[in-house]
Design a protein around this ligand. Structure first.
Ligand code: SF4
Ligand code: SF4
Length: 453
């Protein structure tokens, strides 16, 4: 692909990689879904490849780093070139021995550092990772770019490599299919393949399962018709009485009422809070107190809800009374937004909590506490998967949903552009993930069905 030179703040640099990434519809594969071309338009000092596999139970990033180490390293170098970064780092857990060996071989004499992390949650959270790897603290309400850093998931970097070298758009993603199943597995699946199809291949071993898309801590409940998105690293099927399943089925509205009657101000939620660890002004126990115990409060006293990253440690791990400060925060944040109250917190140099290291939550202990340890296979078998039917979301990224550019009945090939970024908006392109005919289009999805052989 040819290069084009632009001038940005007096510095000439190539933007061919950024264009390739935009055309390929690459978004953050780690879960956030931020359009990658926007990240790579920035000029930064450091790019960190995030291989920490933040959510417990997932096993896809470690597989990619082991089996596609050369391509992940090449993708990181391209991201470094696009952003003019002088420092490239791959951060992953020290327990990933095979991946470390493969990456060391792929790096060779290149100037790329490996940073080995302990097995804690949320090691892959961007703010946490930036602090662990560089010692810098992202400002309150900020992002890594504010301290000159881009963090990019290893699956995203693999996509960057495929876009730049093969002109290949994002039509698939790697996923862990786990839980109460006869044959759990990992696989590269077409974007939009339905959850039910992936579970049928694994063989459900429970009736009336609770299905979670995206990881046990931050994922959401979905149904069998759910089309897998570019950001979905896992599909987990749990028995309805499993601890995590029960917890996930509660709603923020119910949690709000439960918190009102029960919180005993034990402080455990704040002890584990990763935003509190980096000195952000977030104290979930104080929010619970202000909201439910203090005789009077104003909504303006509760604005620290904007600093929560919804990691879920306060509710799924910490609270001895099984309350959910996270859900209370989500509910409250919606109320503040409706009332037109913005985030006023923006301290640029918060200080790390002196007990941060001791307060980290071990990922194995977390898995045990949330009732998922028995599903942690470490080495999931690999499967090859194809499908005849996909349902592709138009809003799987941060920003404005993509606009369909195809019509029902139209024939498309895998890789064809089917929805584009609205003019002037933050967004991402969407491509057909299989050959077939467009069978349905609505505001949120495009469905494609392959012809019978
Ligand atoms: S951990 Fe639970 S009971 Fe303790 S302060 Fe937090 S919300 Fe209240
Ligand atoms: S979900 Fe809870 S522990 Fe996590 S950042 Fe928010 S308040 Fe802190």
């Amino acid at each position: 692909m040819g290069s084009r030179i632009i001038q940005k703040i007096g510095v000439y640099r190539t933007i061919s990689i950024v264009e390739a990434v935009k055309d390929a519809g690459i978004i953050g594969a780690g879960g956030a879904g931020f359009p990658t071309h926007v990240k790579l338009e920035a000029e930064v000092e450091t790019v960190i490849a995030n291989g920490a596999e933040c959510e417990p139970l997932l096993s896809t990033d470690v597989h990619l780093m082991t089996e596609r180490a050369d391509d992940v390293v090449a993708g990181l170098k391209m991201a470094g070139e696009a952003t003019n970064a002088s420092r490239l780092i791959i951060a992953l857990k020290r327990k990933y021995k095979e991946a470390i060996a493969a990456l060391e071989k792929a790096i060779g004499d290149d100037d790329i550092e490996l940073y080995l992390m302990d097995n804690y949650y949320p090691a892959g959270d961007e703010v946490e990772m930036v602090h662990a790897v560089t010692g810098k603290i992202v400002p309150e309400g900020g992002i890594p770019l504010d301290v000159g850093i881009v963090v990019s998931n290893v699956n995203t970097l693999l996509n960057v490599y495929m876009a730049e070298t093969e002109d290949q758009p994002v039509t698939s993603r790697w996923i862990t299919v786990a839980g109460e199943l006869h044959d759990p597995y990992i696989a590269e699946v077409p974007v939009g393949i339905k959850a039910g199809e992936l579970l049928n291949l694994a063989g459900l071993a429970t009736e009336d399962p609770t299905l979670i898309s995206g990881g046990p801590m931050t994922g959401n409940i979905v149904d069998f018709e759910h089309g897998i998105t570019k950001t979905c690293g896992a599909l987990i099927a749990l028995p309805p009485d499993n601890t995590t399943a029960v917890r996930k089925r509660r709603t923020p509205q119910v949690e709000y009422r439960r918190g009102q009657s029960t919180c005993d101000q034990c402080f455990e939620c704040t002890i584990v809070c990763p935003r509190n660890h980096v000195g952000h002004d977030l104290y979930p126990h104080k929010l619970m107190r202000n909201l439910f115990i203090a005789p009077k409060y104003s909504k303006a006293d509760l604005t620290s809800v904007y600093l929560c990253c919804e990691c879920g440690l306060c509710d799924m791990y910490a609270c001895p009374l099984d309350l959910s400060p996270r859900d209370v925060i989500v509910q409250l944040r919606g109320e503040l937004q409706e009332a037109g109250i913005d985030n006023p917190h923006n301290r640029a140099e918060p200080q790390e909590h002196p007990e941060k290291e001791f307060r980290k939550v071990n990922a194995d202990r977390l898995l045990t506490r949330i009732g998922l340890k028995k599903y942690d296979l470490h080495d999931f078998p690999l499967r090859q998967i194809t499908t005849n039917e996909v349902s592709i979301a138009l809003d799987q990224h941060v920003g404005t949903p993509s606009e369909p550019i195809v019509e029902e009945g139209q024939r498309v090939n895998k890789g064809d552009l089917i929805a584009d970024i609205p003019q002037g908006a933050l967004g991402s392109k969407v491509h057909a993930s299989i050959d077939g005919t467009i069978t349905k289009i609505n505001d949120s999805r495009i469905e494609i069905t392959a012809e019978e052989d």
